[in-house]
Design a protein around this ligand. Structure first.
Ligand SMILES: Cc1ncc(COP(=O)(O)O)c(C=O)c1O
Length: 384
């Protein structure tokens, strides 16, 4: 943590006073708490946090403080991290593929909720949890061919619906609590995608003759990386999920669970980067695809940003297309398209990106010896 526990007003104030040479994430506890409140008050069920989106201890602690009580974890390391702050918190190990050693570790840490998408994984969990099967909740992960998300998780995980029927029956038959789960893909721009999965979940449960213990609708809630408000608000997703569950399950709606990562944390962090060189219409930043801007090529957008001088003066030149590279020697380390920057951008300026709290610091590498300097605390994560 950068100069913790000092809290700066905003990322720009931090940049001007700290003059960081390496990229720094600026985290706002207030924004995190406000987003958590939207989920806790608006989602019609239990909100868990998908730790993978941002495992920074300050983020996990702030979410606990904001009232998030349960977590989706993907690895032993994430289990250790949450256990350090919340020894009793319910953990859902929803990475559909886990080694036997990972399953054993999770069981030893009190994890009892696991996902599986094939008979082999189910068998592995049941063998490793021998003697504990009655305590387990096993969520069958299924997939549907629905487009509209930035990531196609269905290409990696998920049983087809017919196979999910068999798996659900098998879970019920061994005496574990039978649940269903899905993930429509991260940054899912189709606000009705979850509804289609919910309708299919009701069909799968009916076909299997199984009453669901819970239905976990995954993550996928999107973030506006361009202009604020360009994606439907979270509340539109919540309303669609609520209506679909009532329509599909009638009077017997199973308890719902969601596990947002991206939408829970993205807006709580800005990323302060610095211009290393302006060479004609090419700008070199001190961060790129191997660091906090890893998702830019995948999302095909350079997130909304502001450029200020080292003294904090707003660059006011007309927006002009630039080729924008990151700091490594790799030519792939390039931002998508020709992003607009003020024509008067100069070496030493700060480029402050908004909405980078998810999958930024979590996926950052040390390629070429470059790495973010860490986190600073800010009251607001807005660049302006
Ligand atoms: C099982 C599971 N749950 C939740 C999430 C979080 O998804 P998102 O960041 O789209 O909210 C992921 C992302 O990979 C996931 O794999």
């Amino acid at each position: 943590m950068f100069q913790a526990p000092f809290v700066y007003d905003a990322p720009a104030q931090f940049a001007v006073s700290a003059q960081p040479e390496a990229p720094v994430f600026c985290l706002s506890h207030g924004v995190l708490a406000a987003t958590a409140a939207r989920f806790l008050e608006g989602f019609p069920g239990l909100t868990t946090y998908a730790v993978k989106a941002n495992p920074e201890p300050a983020v996990v602690r702030a979410l606990l403080h904001a009232g998030v009580t349960a977590f989706d974890v993907a690895s032993p390391e994430e289990i250790r991290l949450v256990r350090a702050f919340a020894p009793e918190a319910p953990l859902h190990y929803h990475n559909p593929v886990k080694s036997r050693a990972e399953i054993r570790f999770a069981l030893s840490e009190g994890v009892r909720v696991f996902a599986a998408d094939c008979p082999q994984e189910l068998a592995k969990i049941l063998e490793e949890a021998r003697g504990l099967v009655g305590e387990l909740e096993l969520s069958v992960r299924f997939r549907l061919p629905i487009a509209g998300a930035a990531y196609d998780f269905g290409s990696k995980f998920g049983a087809d619906p017919e196979q999910a029927v068999e798996l659900l029956r098998a879970v019920a038959a061994v005496g574990a609590l039978p649940s269903l789960t899905f993930h429509p893909g991260s940054q899912c721009l189709v606000a009705t995608a979850h509804a289609a999965y919910i309708r299919k979940a009701a069909e799968i449960a009916r076909e299997a003759g199984v009453s669901l213990h819970r239905l976990n609708v995954g993550g996928g809630f999107p973030v506006s990386y361009g202009e604020p408000g360009e994606v439907a608000p979270l509340e539109a997703y919540f309303a669609s999920i609520r209506a679909a569950a009532q329509e599909a399950f009638g009077a017997a709606v199973p308890p719902l669970v969601c596990e947002p990562g991206r939408a829970m944390v993205a807006e709580a962090c800005a990323l302060v980067t610095r211009v290393k060189l302006v060479r004609g219409e090419t700008v070199f930043l001190n961060d790129g695809v191997y660091g906090g801007l890893a998702e830019a090529p995948i999302l095909k957008i350079l997130p909304r940003r502001r450029v200020i001088s080292a003294e904090g003066v707003e660059r006011s030149g007309a927006p002009q297309p630039f080729t924008v590279f990151g700091p490594t020697c790799d030519s792939l380390d390039r931002m998508p398209g020709a992003p607009l920057l003020p024509a008067d951008v100069e070496e030493g300026d700060f480029v402050i990106f908004e909405g980078l709290g998810a999958y930024g610091s979590a996926t950052t590498t040390r390629f070429n010896g470059y790495e973010a300097a860490g986190y600073a605390l800010v009251s607001t994560a807005a660049a302006r």
